[in-house]
Design a protein around this ligand. Structure first.
Ligand code: SF4
Length: 458
């Protein structure tokens, strides 16, 4: 197998990444842009970048992801891509009639230093942007951050370009859902509906990247936050930003621009993080928590108590995006499981600080690394073998080589489909995660038990 020769000796590396545990900023920016209804994402760079971003998203969501490209050739690479972008904006509005085009940059256009607002404004002055149509943009140089940073930058741009300040406040809460699956975004809305809190959720990829098969191709599926909704986010009573890295930037921008106070929460993954989200919604909306939500919580608690002995002190190695890993680690600790190796490819010391805080009472040293890679992750696994791996599809090589069960979670998952339709946020999501943890642990127990000790009933 490909990774069988990974050595156990861990050496300090500062200028070399082997098998990155992240992808590039424009992937996240494109994903966020798809969460606006009638929006056409546009990649300002070479065709190869755009093809890569589209293919990553298409393979993960199993939906055709449309996006334009400025199609840089040698000329644009030397003299700048202004003319290409002007032509592209004109073509897209003429042919595909979106309400808004969301432009993100790439390594190449960032290195050249193309000034997107200046190019867009010249295009508008030249009459090539139809009346009432909008262009927003985010700078997404891929030599900084990761796809999560790109998501955060594009979400912030939605606020900078679209949200309108007003003194007329409405009885409503903005929710910025973070870099989560479309199914998770739908679940966040369902929880808010259960509480009876009116929300504006943006970006919202539910109904866009998990749209039903209707037999007809919809160029712009029904889902997504409308431009009008994002415009009116400035009138909301408060903003809840889920996931510090993916959502806090936009929430701060909304506070600065429209004076909407915000609270940053962890992604509502697991019991405690969901409790905090429900509590924040309750306070922001001024509503009580209904019985139906308490029932769902009680069911999670019931499974946790019934099955605790199977999960107790099971060692888990996790790799993925920082906001996801923070909430997942907390959930594992709540379940008395033992997170041992935790790697994110996204840089940022705050991540390591949060993980250390969550795991501070565990009776062993937890390996944690921000800006790490899959190579280091594999080395740590070789040195201290966990009972479970949680990570994206690329982990399957490590899982196979080391004979460890793998739970697929994160981005990208290109060889399974559950993530498209089943949420992992909220109490329902916690139940799904519990089921996955238990299936993985108990399938392995059944496989490895000798005949006399195979248990039929738990
Ligand atoms: S060149 Fe940069 S923007 Fe393009 S695919 Fe590579 S990392 Fe992403």
């Amino acid at each position: 197998m490909l990774l069988r020769h990974t050595p156990t000796e861990v050496k300090e590396r500062s200028a070399l990444t082997v098998n990155p545990a992240k992808t590039c900023q424009p992937v996240g920016a494109m994903y966020a842009a798809l969460g606006i209804h009638n929006c056409f994402p546009h990649s300002h760079g070479s065709q190869g970048c755009c093809a890569y971003h589209r293919s990553m998203l298409t393979r993960h969501y199993k939906e055709p992801v449309m996006a334009g490209t400025s199609s840089f050739t040698e000329g644009a690479s030397v003299f700048g891509g202004g003319a290409n972008l002007t032509q592209a904006l004109h073509n897209i509005f003429t042919l595909y009639e979106p309400d808004v085009i969301a432009v993100h940059t790439t390594c190449l256009s960032e290195t050249i230093g193309d000034d997107i607002p200046q190019i867009v404004s010249a295009t508008k002055e030249g009459g090539k942007i139809p009346e009432g149509k909008l262009v927003i943009h985010a700078n997404t140089p891929s030599y900084v951050g990761s796809h999560v940073t790109g998501f955060a930058n594009m979400t912030k741009s939605m606020v900078s370009y679209l949200a309108e300040p007003t003194t007329q406040k409405e009885d409503r809460v903005n929710v910025i859902p973070g870099y989560v699956e479309p199914a998770d975004m739908a679940e966040v809305k369902r929880i808010a509906d259960q509480l009876g809190v009116k929300t504006i959720l943006f970006p919202d990829t539910s109904g866009v990247l998990n749209a039903p098969q209707t037999g007809r191709h919809e160029f712009y599926p029904r889902g997504g936050a409308t431009v009008d909704e994002i415009k009116s986010a400035g009138a909301s009573r408060a903003t809840l930003a889920l996931g510090n890295l993916a959502s806090a930037l936009a929430a701060k921008e909304l506070e600065t621009k429209c004076k909407v106070p915000f609270e940053v929460l962890d992604l509502p993954i697991g019991l405690l993080a969901t409790d905090r989200f429900v509590d924040a919604l309750r306070k922001a909306g001024g509503v009580p928590v209904p019985e139906s939500v308490s029932v769902e919580r009680g069911q999670v608690l019931d499974v946790m108590t019934d099955m605790q002995q199977y999960l107790f002190q099971k060692k888990v190695a996790l790799v993925g995006d920082p906001d996801q890993l923070i909430a997942l680690t907390e959930f594992l600790v709540t379940l008395d499981m033992w997170p041992t190796h935790i790697v994110t490819g996204t840089p940022g010391k705050e991540f390591e600080r949060r993980i250390e805080e969550i795991t501070k009472d565990l009776p062993y040293h937890v390996n944690v690394k921000a800006g790490g890679d899959m190579y280091l992750f594999h080395q740590w696994i070789k040195n201290d073998k966990p009972d479970l791996i949680i990570g994206n599809t690329y982990c399957k090589y490590i899982a196979r080589d080391e004979d460890i069960p793998l739970i697929r979670h994160g981005f990208p998952i290109v060889d399974r489909i559950g993530h498209i339709v089943f949420p992992t946020v909220g109490y329902r999501g916690a139940l799904r995660l519990l089921e996955k943890f238990l299936d993985a642990v108990m399938d392995r127990q059944d496989r490895d038990s000798d005949e006399r000790s195979v248990e039929l009933v738990m």
